[in-house]
Design a protein around this ligand. Sequence first.
Ligand code: THR
Ligand code: THR
Lengths: 158, 158
Amino acid sequence: EQAIVSAVTHDTSEAKMTLAGVPDRPGVAATVFRALADQEVNVDMIVQNVSDHGVTDISFTVPHADLASAMEHTERLAAEVGAAGVSSDDTIARVSVVGAGMRSNPGVAATMFETLSSCGVNIQMISTSAIRVSCVVDGGQVEDAVRALHEAFGLHEA
Amino acid sequence: EQAIVSAVTHDTSEAKMTLAGVPDRPGVAATVFRALADQEVNVDMIVQNVSDHGVTDISFTVPHADLASAMEHTERLAAEVGAAGVSSDDTIARVSVVGAGMRSNPGVAATMFETLSSCGVNIQMISTSAIRVSCVVDGGQVEDAVRALHEAFGLHEA
Ligand SMILES: C[C@@H](O)[C@H](N)C(=O)O
Ligand SMILES: C[C@@H](O)[C@H](N)C(=O)O
């Protein structure tokens, strides 16, 4: 099945937060995200990779307007769950390549990563779905990245 | 906007691989995934969280049938990019909650995580999209997890 890339999107409306060094045991993610939900913090993207020596990091994005309160709540949660700390970055952007048939075509992700690399853009986080490869990058470079990605995938920039 | 959860899905057809301690600089992800694409390894989910002291981990899933060759290629890549090592786990399952309006309803992710915790299921990886929250868990627990998630979201199990 050929992969068809239909769009390149980007989003600078959110900030990134990372709860670092959380214990990797059942209930930790539940505690964190139930508390944030109760505080009506609009969590969008959540990324957690595998743990190392029993600890891992949980990163997530929130709208810029929610960052201050989200940080306040998450610092309290960090203490509660025994995490190492919390950090945030409100200068990020998320850029995504959207398409169909990507699962059977690893070349699409490879092309996206090569294109970002060719612009000197460092990939801070990667997350995928069946129809989308998303990267968190520096917001200051996102316009160059988006232009280069449109070119790489033969798309016209809107 | 109310979130509507329409389905709980699970997938035991893939294994997890982690390329650990990769240098966090432009070009690394490109090198890894272009090589895997060239080898026709069917990479599905890719997760990378933020780096710490200049290194991070890149995890991805492949069909069980591709695991042996993917490990062989990735071990070579690990040396090439200066990564710390490669590991794999062919006993995982991926379980997802699918719905609409989840971005503005952090309670859905919280409910999913609480439900998994209540079954004693540890969440190894988390990845989200606008319509899906996915967790990598132990394949041996996935049936209990899926049953509990259907119940938690008021869905009938197919
Ligand atoms: C780290 C966090 O995801 C933990 N493993 C949990 O299940 O809640
Ligand atoms: C770690 C990897 O994603 C690296 N930051 C890159 O841009 O390729």
